[in-house]
Design a protein. Structure first.
Length: 162
């Protein structure tokens, strides 16, 4: 965050997702890559990322839940502020969107992350169900998603963690 904040030339936001959120919250000791969503895109962010990838030997990916599942209504408002560095504000992308994307993917590490979100008070199962219901009609636009399997994964998780 410090290095990126020093490099960019314009205001904007960077949303961390996936493993970056897990590492910053202490659920995991490391991540393979840093997934981010710049919005609005700070001037010079891509040049800065290219430099930092080499300088710090890190992998930065442009990835966020809204690339894999429909964007949840109110995701910006639920995103959690981390810090401001230079002209950039850093946030954790909406925990509910991250949780639903992880439940949809269903990998063991993802499920552990969702459980950590729940234990840490970042999500509640009733609200998770509500937000899934809000995006369910839009799942038709995501042909890689099996809506029934996704619904079952959300229901199973919420029922197990009442």
């Amino acid at each position: 965050m410090d290095a990126l904040g020093k490099q960019v030339r314009g205001k904007g936001r960077i949303y961390f997702t996936g493993g970056a959120t897990a590492v910053l919250y202490g659920w995991r000791p490391m991540t393979i890559d840093i997934d981010i969503k710049p919005e609005p895109e700070p001037a010079g962010v891509f040049e800065a990322i290219a430099l930092l990838k080499e300088e710090l030997d890190i992998n930065v990916e442009l990835a966020s839940p809204d690339q894999f599942i429909p964007a949840l209504p109110g995701w910006r408002e639920r995103s959690l502020f981390i810090a401001a560095r230079g002209l950039i504000e850093f946030f954790h992308y909406d925990p509910y969107a991250q949780a639903l994307a992880k439940l949809q993917r269903g990998h063991e590490r993802d499920l552990q992350d969702v459980e950590s979100m729940l234990r840490g008070g970042l999500i509640q199962t009733d609200r998770l169900r509500e937000l899934f219901d809000a995006i369910q009609p839009q799942l038709i636009r995501y042909p890689a998603i099996d809506p029934r399997a996704f619904h079952a994964a959300v229901t199973e998780f919420c029922d197990e963690h009442r």
